[in-house]
Design a protein around this ligand. Structure first.
Ligand code: URA
Ligand code: CA
Length: 432
């Protein structure tokens, strides 16, 4: 097989066979096929698309390019949740104990990553003592006995995707539905889950800026999952404004505790229930999505979900008393209010820019080497559609330095107040 012939074949709009896709991904992973040929192929895919079969084959070829995590020692249906990424997305911290409280195994591998705040691992490490360094046997034992554990990402997962994603980044081929969908799904499949729930975000703070694109991506990923034997469902959710109120690591842990107690922000709770009911249904613990949602509400009401969170924290060396006493979490030295300059209704809170404001405080990493300040971040006191009077606080800044002028400026530049505005719909659709 010659790579040049395969590029030509795709360029002319033909389908690549399973063998051809495997040849490309294996050769690329081993360094035998050069970047310039793979970039030409990526561009051809960008213009000519891939069939459902090609997408599934590409996904599996990338999944098999490195370690495949084997979770078969864990009993039950392992359902993983993946979000395409947003600002102040606290859902994983909530969903993990919430579904584990229904005896669904949550075997989560989690990363740190770059972004406005840390990843799930960083957020959990805001809890004093909590650690994610678990040996494989310990991880499996915890999930079997307690239904929940989070372990730091290790090993060599989907190296083909790492190389290809980096190449796409510099060849203007990131925005391709078959390439995005196979990239995300390959990682989920390599991490060993039996079923997958996807939260595909749309809006300013998201990768997919329009609802149409987000729906297309959601359908593409659900098809791949179902075609490779992993039951998959998706929720398409709004990320034009940040989710919930908290943006920051320890602040989001508090928000998660509130939500598990049933007193969290309504949008965050609604999204957790929408994702959670798909997880419960796919795990085979409910006959319908309605029944699944009722079960989730019940474990919030009964306190079981919160108890599960405590159990999870204690199992991984953390101080579970933070749940009843969140003052024990890292707190910032300064709280600075950002008052509204006029009366009106909040009309926009540009998610990615507000996320960047939190990052400027030190809540997230700009580069892999940056240190995160777990205590800092923003609390949104108003969301889109809320009335506000001049002088009332829009945002509370939690900072560890006194001078936060640039942060205040960024907040004012990205929250607008108008005469009238209505809250955007949180959920734009489901793929089930
Ligand atoms: N996220 C990924 O993991 N892959 C993509 O291609 C795009 C976003
Ligand atoms: Ca939040």
């Amino acid at each position: 097989m010659r790579m040049v012939d395969l590029i030509e074949k795709k360029r002319d709009g033909h389908e690549l066979t399973t063998e051809e896709i495997n040849f490309i991904i294996e050769g690329y992973t081993r360094g035998e096929i050069p970047d310039y040929q793979v970039s030409a192929l990526a561009m051809a895919i960008y213009f000519k698309d891939m069939s459902e079969r090609e997408r599934a084959d590409l996904t599996m070829a990338m999944a098999h390019s490195g370690d495949m995590i084997d979770l078969s020692a864990i009993e039950g249906v392992k359902v993983d949740k993946h979000s395409t990424g947003g600002v102040g997305d606290t859902t994983t911290l909530i969903l993990a104990p919430l579904v584990a409280a229904l005896d669904i195994p949550v075997a989560k591998m989690s990363g740190r990553g770059l972004g406005h705040t840390g990843g799930t691992t960083d957020k959990l490490e805001a809890i004093p003592g909590f650690h994610v360094e678990l040996a494989k046997e310990e991880f499996v034992k915890l999930v079997n006995e307690h239904k929940i554990a989070v372990v730091g990402q290790s090993g060599n997962l989907t190296p083909a995707d790492k190389k290809l994603y980096a190449l796409r980044d510099v060849t203007a081929t990131v925005d391709s539905i078959p390439l995005i969908a196979s990239s995300i799904m390959s990682k989920k499949i390599a991490s060993g889950s039996d079923a997958i729930v996807l939260d595909v975000k749309t809006g300013a703070g998201a990768f997919m800026k329009t609802v149409e694109d987000a729906k297309e991506l959601a359908h593409a990923m659900v098809s791949i999952g179902n075609n490779v034997g992993r039951r998959t469902m998706a929720v398409i959710s709004d990320m034009s404004q940040p989710l919930g109120k908290a943006i920051g690591n320890a602040l989001e842990v508090r928000e998660a505790i509130d939500t598990l107690r049933g007193t969290g922000p309504k949008d965050l709770e609604e999204l957790c229930l929408a994702l959670g009911r798909q997880m419960v249904f796919l795990a085979g613990k409910a006959a319908s999505l309605e029944e699944a949602e009722e079960k989730l509400r019940e474990v919030i009401r009964s306190g079981k979900a919160l108890e599960k969170f405590k159990e999870f924290i204690a199992n991984q060396g953390g101080d579970a008393s933070i749940v009843d006493d969140p003052e024990k979490l890292p707190t910032a030295a300064y709280r600075i209010e950002v008052p509204a300059k006029k009366d009106g209704v909040v009309a926009s809170i540009v998610a990615d820019e507000i996320g960047t404001a939190a990052m400027l405080l030190g809540a997230g990493r700009a580069t892999k080497e940056s240190e995160i300040d777990l205590a800092v971040g923003l609390m949104l006191n108003k969301k889109i559609g809320d009335k506000v009077a001049a002088g009332e606080s829009l945002v509370t800044i939690h900072a560890n330095r006194e001078n936060v002028e640039e942060v205040i400026e960024k907040i004012y530049a990205n929250i607008t107040i108008a005469e009238q505005a209505t809250a955007p719909a949180l959920i734009h659709g489901f793929v089930t």
